[in-house]
Structure formats: structure tokens, C-alpha cells
Ligand binder design. Structure first.
Ligand SMILES: [Mg+2]
Length: 248
């Protein structure tokens, strides 16, 4: 049984519909802070600077016409891996090759996200567990680990099924760590994958929204909203320190 505790209404930044262009961080503190034992990160666009042109990749896989049609059905984002699963094996293989090609090009330009090294150093200094969940392939995760010298364990790639936004990978990490989902925070730049995965698992969620794109009204009525929104990873350390009790 998962522990269920009442969750305080705390926002690091007002969310979407509550946003104003000039709004700044708002804190509502509670007497007893929830504790956090682990932080789980998304990789592309969160720990690394976004380099994959996802709309171009979707167009290459789906064709212009089908891309536009599917995009209008799923305005908050296309789940390309899920779509492909229903295709026949030959089509599927071709699609995976196109995706892998975009991902390979992305690896050539891989850069660490500003603030990631400092944040991970801070978590290490507090002995807080660091995990990773990506819809990218294991090879990319291995290259990421080698290139930037940080360790995330477990680090689950898309070979672990089902992928985000299913909560399964996050629940697997919690079980490996022997912690409860509400002792974990999921940090990612995707509302439809990272936030949904985190919320469905019962974890805290932090959306990294560098450009404020999720302030758009089209996201105001989404079912799963993040507990926190930050515009850079450099904000996450103070978020963790002010809103949570960090426990190894
Ligand atoms: Mg991402």
C-alpha cells in the first residue's frame, strides 16, 4: 500500500492560469515540510539542453499531413512512441530508424543544462538519491553518463516499458530505492510525459519551463498540473531547501 498524506498547497511559481507576466516566486510555507529522499530527472531538455527538433522528427515519421492531423487531436503533445506501437512491424522499424537518426544528431550537440552540475553536486552533498527516466535509448544515456561524469541510478531508458507518461518507470525506481513515491520529486520539461508520469505515480513534480511556453491558455485545463514550475535548474536547489526536508 502506498502511503497517502495530505499534500500542502505550495507553489514555487504560480501555475499557468494564475501566471502574470511580471509574477515572481510565491511561497506559502507550512509548519511541517514534506520530506524528499530522491530526485528523478528527465534527460533531454532537462539535464541536457534541448537539441532534438521534435516537430521535425514527428513530421519525418508521420508525414506532413498526418502530423498536422494528429497534432490537432493532441494539442498538448504527440506521444510518438505510443503511436508507433500500433503500426505494422515494417512501418515501425522505419519509424524507429528515423527517430534514432534524430537522436544521434542530438548526441553530436549534447550540452549539459546550466545549473545541472551544481544541482547534482548539491544533491550528492546531501546524500539524496538521483534517478533518471528518459524516452531516449540506453546508448544515449550511456553517452550522457560518460560525457558529463554524473551518475543517476537507476537510469531508465525507453527499453524499460511502459515508457513515461506511464508511472511504471518511476514506481520501479521508488521500489529499487525502497522509498515511497511521495518521498520523490520528478523534474522534467514535459508536461505530458514528466509531470503526468510523476503525478500518476504519486510523486511531487517540478516542471522546467525555460521559455514560459506552458503559460499558454491551452495548458490551463490539463488534468495533471505540476506542483512546482521553474524556469531554470538553478531555481531547483532553493525550491528543495525551502519547500522540503531533504533526507538521505
Ligand atoms: Mg525532456
Amino acid at each position: 500500500m502506498l502511503k497517502s498524506i495530505p499534500r500542502p498547497l505550495i507553489f514555487f511559481r504560480p501555475l499557468m492560469s494564475q501566471m502574470t507576466p511580471s509574477s515572481t516566486a510565491t511561497f506559502t510555507t507550512t509548519t511541517q515540510k514534506p520530506h524528499i529522499r530522491g530526485v528523478v530527472f528527465d534527460m533531454d531538455g532537462t539535464l541536457t539542453v534541448p537539441v532534438i527538433d521534435f516537430p521535425a522528427m514527428y513530421k519525418a515519421v508521420l508525414g506532413d499531413q498526418q502530423y498536422l492531423s494528429i497534432k490537432s487531436q493532441y494539442p498538448s503533445g504527440i506521444d510518438i512512441l505510443h503511436l508507433i506501437e500500433t503500426w505494422d512491424p515494417l512501418q515501425q522499424q522505419k519509424a524507429y530508424e528515423i527517430i534514432a537518426d534524430f537522436e544521434r544528431q542530438g548526441l553530436d550537440h549534447l550540452q549539459i543544462m546550466p545549473g545541472a552540475t551544481q544541482l547534482c553536486g548539491f544533491l550528492d552533498s546531501k546524500n539524496i538519491r538521483k534517478g533518471l527516466i528518459t524516452r531516449n535509448v540506453k546508448t544515449s544515456v550511456d553517452i550522457f553518463h560518460l560525457k558529463f561524469g554524473m551518475t543517476f541510478s537507476p537510469a531508465l531508458s525507453r527499453e524499460f516499458r511502459p515508457c513515461k507518461p506511464d508511472p511504471a518507470p518511476l514506481l520501479h525506481i521508488c521500489s529499487t530505492w525502497e522509498v515511497l513515491p511521495d518521498e520523490v520529486i520528478m523534474i522534467g520539461d514535459s508536461l505530458k510525459d514528466d509531470v503526468v508520469c510523476g503525478k500518476k505515480a504519486g510523486a511531487y513534480t517540478c516542471l522546467l519551463d525555460e521559455t514560459g511556453r506552458y503559460d499558454s491558455p491551452e495548458y490551463a485545463s490539463v488534468e495533471h498540473k505540476p506542483d512546482f514550475t521553474v524556469s531554470s535548474l538553478t531555481e531547483v536547489q532553493s525550491l528543495l531547501e525551502t519547500q522540503f526536508d531533504l533526507r538521505p
